[in-house]
Design a binder for this molecule. Structure first.
Ligand code: SF4
Ligand code: SF4
Ligand code: SF4
Length: 151
């Protein structure tokens, strides 16, 4: 990530206020990719030719956070079904699981057991993806063989 000093090398640093901020504040917005170099009107003046391009180079591409997800290690999974039974989403959305039965409607499950192994069918329902990664980790916590990795 570009440092504020690196960013400020290519700002006018005149605190003219046309952007509604000071140059230092503008630099912080640039660093977080919440404003772009071209949002400073002064940088469009001839005296600053090339500064917008230089700033784009210094700032680089915004870092995108990888989506929260999960992986099941088939070598470790023993097909006990604990994860299916305890899954936060299943308990709220799958009547079969609530009744301690194997789920029949696979639209309503994140994973189920096939031939003694967990198979993920609808990871997109997982609370970690729908809400936030820190909201649930029950399946991994309760897996007796640590077959589930959440990331
Ligand atoms: S418009 Fe540009 S020069 Fe003026 S305060 Fe904002 S960043 Fe600084
Ligand atoms: S709790 Fe672990 S071992 Fe049991 S079925 Fe789920 S992933 Fe496999
Ligand atoms: S993290 Fe929670 S909601 Fe997601 S699969 Fe595991 S138990 Fe279900």
């Amino acid at each position: 990530m570009a440092t504020l000093a690196e960013i400020r090398e290519f700002l006018p640093n005149s605190d003219c206020g046309q952007c509604g901020l000071t140059c230092a504040e503008f630099a912080e917005f640039l660093q977080r990719h919440e404003l772009a170099p071209e949002d400073c009107p002064v940088l469009h003046e001839l005296d600053y030719a090339g500064f917008i391009e230089a700033l784009r180079e210094v700032l680089g591409e915004p870092q995108t956070k990888p989506a929260a997800g999960m992986a099941v290690d088939p070598k470790k999974c023993i097909g006990c079904g604990i994860c299916v039974t305890l899954c936060e989403y299943h308990l709220g959305n799958c009547a079969d699981v609530r009744l301690s039965k194997g789920p029949r409607d696979l639209e309503q499950v994140i994973f189920h057991i096939v031939n003694g192994l967990v198979v993920v069918v609808h990871q997109e329902h997982c609370t970690r993806l729908v809400q936030a990664a820190e909201k649930c980790s029950k399946c991994a916590q309760h897996c007796p063989t640590k077959a589930i990795t959440l990331y």
